[in-house]
Design a protein around this ligand. Structure first.
Ligand SMILES: [Ca+2]
Ligand SMILES: [Ca+2]
Ligand SMILES: [Ca+2]
Ligand SMILES: [Ca+2]
Length: 439
């Protein structure tokens, strides 16, 4: 066993070259007639052994550049000049253990030394919290991203202390996360917060949605109001606001309201009711022998011939009591029929009908009175002058109801007194229809 030591500059990278392991190999066949040596050896017939070849002497420029050639059994090595080859320790070394002539952290591979990946082979001393990073000839222990080294341990960096986030920061081991206040979402940089357009993301507004910075607003169409939840639009019941919304009846509808009128009326504008003049529209069902009289809320068909005995008809509207009939002595000489319609609950006193004498004899004095039909005293007559008077409604009356008043004009003519009939009477039979409503 031969040991070669080159005790020059034994530095920390000095290599133990275990020469013992590089033994020659002899192959002896059974017949022992043939012997061969492995690469790096040649057969020495004198000793009858395979003998090492000193390539450093036999191969010119075996090592190039600054490398120095070291012969050893079975081959040779090119090592840095700083390297030293020291003999094996005295302790017995297992013949199978590999000889490593490379610097620490390297191992031989073919004709050169290659780096050992201590991290892969788990031959490092990094802490469990550390990451092993292989380097050429060595390795380092580093902390993972998001950690910093304190002593030998890796401690999580609290990034939240550095105000990375616009709104909220949540520190987690090895990292951090930014969070946004409600109504905001993380921007692409994962740090800023931008407004969420809730209106484009299915905001629960039942009608209109308006996006605002950090939130959104629900609004309602006209005729609706926002409910207490701030999202739902409820129909406004306009009819409940006021009883004056409509003259007759208010009908609430989604988003609006409408007014309706009773039968016999039509809507005038949006809220007023107007009587339908059935006599003009042709809706009436009066016969040819009848006259249509329009009244509030309906119409009336009256016979053209309204004269009652002892009166006889002399023209369309005029009934006369012939003087030769005994029954006519106390009856008005003439009766004229008139019709009118008034609404319920008129304010009183109210002038409702003016009586005008159509033919007056010269020198006559005329007086007017209600001859019949006003049993409750709902009317009175106010005389205007000698030939006209006003019928006044004295009490508020409610319809539907009907009055038939005989308004009498009594004429006294002193100039005709010699004839014995100086007092004459004519009547106006006024039918007053009081409608059901105040319109
Ligand atoms: Ca962290
Ligand atoms: Ca918003
Ligand atoms: Ca409504
Ligand atoms: Ca009518």
């Amino acid at each position: 066993m031969q040991g070669v030591c080159v005790p020059i500059l034994c530095v920390c990278t000095c290599v133990s070259v275990l020469l013992r392991s590089a033994v020659s190999q002899q192959h002896h066949t059974e017949s022992d007639t043939y012997t061969e040596c492995t690469d790096g050896y040649h057969w020495d017939p004198q000793t009858e052994h395979c003998k090492d070849i000193n390539e450093c002497e036999t191969i010119p420029d075996a090592c190039k550049g600054e490398m120095k050639c070291f012969n050893h059994y079975g081959g040779y090595l090119c090592l840095p000049r700083s390297a030293s080859v020291i003999p094996a320790a005295e302790t017995p070394i297992a013949p199978t253990e590999a000889l490593n002539p490379c610097p620490m952290g390297y191992e031989p591979h073919r004709d050169s030394c290659v780096d050992v990946d201590e991290c892969e082979r788990d031959e490092h001393d990094c802490q469990p919290s550390q990451q092993c990073i292989n380097t050429l000839g060595s390795f380092t222990c580093q902390c993972p991203d998001g950690y910093r080294k304190v002593g030998t341990e890796c401690i999580d960096i609290d990034e939240c202390r550095y105000r990375y986030c616009q709104h909220r920061c949540v520190n987690v081991p090895g990292s951090f996360a930014c969070q946004c206040e409600p109504g905001f979402q993380l921007a692409g940089n994962n740090r800023s917060c931008v407004d969420v357009n809730e209106c484009e993301m299915g905001a629960p507004c039942s009608q209109r949605c308006y996006n605002t910075y950090g939130t959104f607003l629900c609004r309602c169409e006209q005729g609706y109001e926002l409910g207490p939840d701030g999202f739902t639009c409820k129909d406004i019941d306009e009819c409940s606001y006021s009883s004056y919304q409509c003259q007759f009846q208010c009908v609430n509808e989604p988003g609006k309201f409408s007014c309706v009128c009773p039968e016999g009326y039509q809507l005038l504008g949006t809220r007023m009711c107007q009587d339908i003049n059935e006599c003009e529209t042709g809706e009436h069902q009066c016969t040819d022998s009848q006259t249509c009289v329009n009244i509030h809320g309906r119409y009336q068909c009256v016979d053209n011939n309204r004269c009652q005995d002892p009166h006889v008809q002399v023209s369309d509207n005029l009934c006369v009591c012939p003087v030769n009939k005994p029954a006519c002595r106390d009856a008005p000489f003439s009766i004229v029929h008139r019709y009118m319609s008034i609404t319920s609950e008129r304010s009183v006193p109210s002038d409702i009908f003016q009586i005008q004498a159509t033919s007056v004899s010269a020198g006559a004095y005329n007086t007017f009175r209600i001859r019949s039909g006003d049993d409750n005293g709902d009317f009175y007559i106010r005389q205007i002058n000698n030939i006209s008077a006003m019928l006044v409604l004295a009490r508020a009356v409610s319809g539907p109801r009907e009055y038939t008043l005989d308004l009498e004009m009594v004429s006294v003519n002193p100039l005709l007194s010699y004839q014995g009939n100086y007092q004459t009477s004519s009547a106006l039979r006024l039918s007053i229809y009081v409608g059901q409503y105040t319109f």
